[in-house]
Write a protein of this length. Sequence first.
Length: 441
Amino acid sequence: MSVLASNLPDLSSSVSPSLMFQQPFRDSQQVPMRAQISVYGALIQGTAPEEAFGGSDGAKSIWENALRSSAERLHAEPKKIIIDTDPGIDDAMAIFLALRSPEVEVIGLTTIYGNVYTTLATRNALHLLEVAGRTDIPVAEGSHVTVTFHLSIVSAFAWKEVWFDSLWLLFSKDNLVLMDMVSTHGAASFMILREKGTKLRIADFVHGADGLGNQNFDPPKGKPIEQSAAAFLVEQAKLHPGKVTVVALGPLTNIALAIELDPEFCKNIRQIVLLGGAFSVNGNVNPASEANIFGDPEAADIVFTCGADILAVGINVTHQVVLTDAERNKLIQSNGKFAQYLCKILEVYFSYHQEVYSMGGVYLHDPTALLAAVNPSLLTYTEGAVRVQTTGITRGLTLLYNNQKRFGEVTEWTDKPTIKVAVTVDAPTVVKLLMERLMES
Ligand SMILES: [Ca+2]
């Protein structure tokens, strides 16, 4: 019961003030629904197959057959994935790799700021699908600002409602002064959060000003769909319950918004495989923080604690996977369509790695996370609750509780759902798969 109950986003101890003061308004109607889901889920989970089928051998074999056939079906059908992306040179590699992987079916791309602003991420996503000849895949544009800013808008409206309701109900001089204070406080919070929410970290110095190696490709002909990324994620998860995997390759704003939009999203989604975090190693934005988590730490904390099946691939793992200069030369010499395209855009990425890491190769962050969704057995994992620091000099730090001590005190990790965190990776196989699939394109 407690496991399922903790599946639901618990923002009460979240560090963001906007989330805290939004809580009473947002949750007033949702708690009963969430409680029902928890009880329902616990009943299902707590019921052994024998009991469910009355305990007879015949019933047991029906159960086993049903399990077997559903497992076979799962194996036969490619895994449906939605790639949440900020293209981005290594995003481009991951998207092409996904399109060349028969184990997965890409049912959509959703876009987010990170390597570039969201508008350019959308343009690049559409462009990459046109290069691949896959304009049948929809692109849904994601958030232009962090989750904190979104929630502060909701909060501002909530304050306004309180202000007007109270004004009508308690019309007196004293209360007007009080209400004035409330509205001033609300507006001030809104301005602070707005400032925080719109100040984005954009890594165009890693991927080029256009996000794709300064090639200035022609604008795409296609357009994104009308739906927002969060609405698309919620809709697809609902349409195919338990079947859709999100591969999140940028800051986690869209995923957090999907969780906010639909409390059942975490239940409907099959898995969230995300590139993010620096577990027990230095970050790559600063010693504390990895770029995708640093992009929206509040969103990351919402996602890590939402209760969905989550697999986090951090830079402690992706820094073990390198595409060398020699391998790039092999790509150049191949006739693969995707390999040829990528070689045009890779120069900027190689230069950046040479400059800041003094290495003759590039880290394969996004392709490694993508391959974790394609074949999870390429990596090994540990499991535990992960929280994200949202303030101070360690903003964006991801901290995994390794369950080695039972703390006497209640901590911010207590009763939070656990996630899988990648520990090791079969790097040679990841590189081999990438090379083969791109060269044969
Ligand atoms: Ca990315």
